[in-house]
Design a protein around this ligand. Structure first.
Ligand code: FE
Length: 342
């Protein structure tokens, strides 16, 4: 009797150790990401601390990551793809580099319009593409819509980055979705006519050019205003202070938003951990960190935007299926080429 109990105990011990080993082998998630923010790494560390799941990160440009996923195929190590701009998530889905997943928790934490309709991706953060203006020269009552920036009064005063940037491609794609191709082309043409200079630099550079007097208004993503104001570079802080934020199209189609999002790679080996990570990143704690550290809007409605974002005010968003930004991307690029938006 004693002997049987002893053998039984040994067996239980062995099976426990075996199960433990198998489990610890599983406890990893590999991320491919094009996001380059310190916040993200801090969040992954927190996730590891809470879940015991180790996180490995590969950072590269989004085109490179998609190409890498395609080349690696079934052999890929990547479990999660995180990228900014829904246009890129759409591309990943089109190329069958990601797979659909289901999580009741994510469905609860993230509203439907911020999730792919076939569950191929979920938004992690929201950013608005707004009009910023020189506080000393522009009265916000002069502003109204993206469309109004093509009026003669803004001739030579509009700053915006190159059309090769996906933020602008998605913006134009939203106009195609809302107003049709012809109206979108008309807008792009009118904006080129009003540009203060041939597009150069990133969003922050457009605001610097406004403050330097090269133009009066700049189209940028909201979080870059936060980055200026909180920069370690004194000049950038000065620029941030001289810039006002205006949410266009509040009486019409709403302000254009875009997202950063996450997806499960098609051939990932650690799907369970991958879903846990996305659940964590859309949870209240992580959402609060994203909002405060990177000046992005939370996707989780239970989390409030940071004080800085709140100071910009509330706004109505464009109510379109975000996938359309990906769907009309090619069309948008064609229009940009046609109207000479460099
Ligand atoms: Fe950005």
């Amino acid at each position: 009797m004693k002997r049987t109990a002893f053998i039984l105990a040994i067996l239980i011990l062995i099976s426990g150790v075996v199960a433990g080993c198998a489990k610890s082998e599983e406890k990893v998630v590999n991320i491919y990401t094009d996001r380059h923010y310190d916040t993200d790494q801090a969040l992954y560390d927190k996730f590891t601390e809470e879940s015991g799941i180790k996180v490995n990160v590969v950072k590269a440009g989004s085109d490179e990551l998609l190409e890498r996923l395609a080349n690696e195929g079934e052999d890929t190590e990547a479990d999660v793809l995180i990228t900014s701009d829904v246009g890129r998530l759409y591309r990943a889905k089109e190329k069958e580099l990601v797979q659909s997943f289901n999580s009741d928790l994510i469905n609860e934490q993230v509203p439907k319009h911020l999730r792919d309709n076939e569950n191929n991706w979920v938004a992690l953060t929201v950013r608005a593409r707004v009009i910023t203006y020189a506080l000393d020269r522009v009265d916000p009552s002069m502003l109204s819509t993206y469309e109004a920036l093509t009026e003669p009064k803004w001739a030579g005063k509009v700053l915006v980055r190159s059309s090769s940037n996906i933020y602008n491609q998605s913006l134009l794609a939203s106009f195609i979705a809302l107003n049709g191709e012809e109206a979108a082309a008309e807008w792009a043409k009118g904006l080129v006519a009003n540009m203060a200079r041939t597009p150069e630099g990133n969003d922050r550079d457009q605001m610097k050019a406004v403050v330097a007097g090269e133009g009066d208004v700049a189209i940028v993503n909201t979080y870059y205003v936060g980055k200026l104001l909180n920069s370690s570079d004194e000049y950038e802080v000065e620029v941030g202070k001289k810039i006002g934020v205006y949410f266009p199209n509040q009486e019409t189609t709403g302000t254009h938003i875009n997202i950063s999002g996450g997806a499960l790679t098609k051939h990932g080996k650690n799907s369970e951990s991958a879903i846990k990570l996305l659940e964590f990143l859309t949870g209240e704690e992580a959402q609060d960190d994203y909002a405060n550290a990177n000046y992005e809007y939370p996707v989780n409605p239970k989390v409030e935007p940071s004080d800085l974002l709140k100071s910009f005010g509330d706004f109505d968003i464009q109510e379109i299926d975000l996938s359309l930004l990906g769907e009309y991307n090619d069309e948008a690029v064609k229009i940009f080429n046609k109207v000479g938006w460099q």
